[in-house]
Design a protein around this ligand. Sequence first.
Ligand SMILES: Nc1ncnc2c1ncn2[C@@H]1O[C@H](COP(=O)(O)OP(=O)(O)OP(=O)(O)O)[C@@H](O)[C@H]1O
Ligand SMILES: [Mg+2]
Length: 140
Amino acid sequence: MIEFYSDSPETTEKIGQKIAKALKGNEVIAMYGGLGMGKTALTRGIAAGLGTEDCVSSPTFALVNEYEGRCKIYHFDMYRINGIDDLYAIGFFDYLDTGVLIIEWSENIADALPDDCITIKLRAGNDENSRVINVEGVDV
Ligand SMILES: Nc1ncnc2c1ncn2[C@@H]1O[C@H](COP(=O)(O)OP(=O)(O)OP(=O)(O)O)[C@@H](O)[C@H]1O
Ligand SMILES: [Mg+2]
């Protein structure tokens, strides 16, 4: 387990880039943390670190956005997902092992996550722009 401290969205993106360096290309990254904690900002950094030049935006309405870097990157937002039937409906399981899956609101699909996924928990720090980012399951 490793814990990072961020004092700005830019720092959070840099932390994401650092995490990306440790990825092989087929991991599942389960992100936890409430509204506005920086999950999308961190995803932006991971995607950039994996080599995509595309602009990463929140997939809240699309459910999944796809990017191409040194591997495929699938960015999910499970905010509106409730249960396993919804996951089958969006074809979630077909994505496993075909690229890096980054999942916002993993709270909502906890039972369906692979045992070996990387867990990232984001929480507020002491002031408005500070965040504590806890990473487990990968050697960063
Ligand atoms: N240290 C920080 N790291 C990341 N974001 C920060 C930080 N400090 C302030 N912010 C602000 O917090 C917000 C984070 O937004 P972001 O969309 O990344 O969060 P999120 O966790 O994906 O939210 P949601 O649950 O709505 O998907 C942005 O408005 C950003 O400017
Ligand atoms: Mg988000």
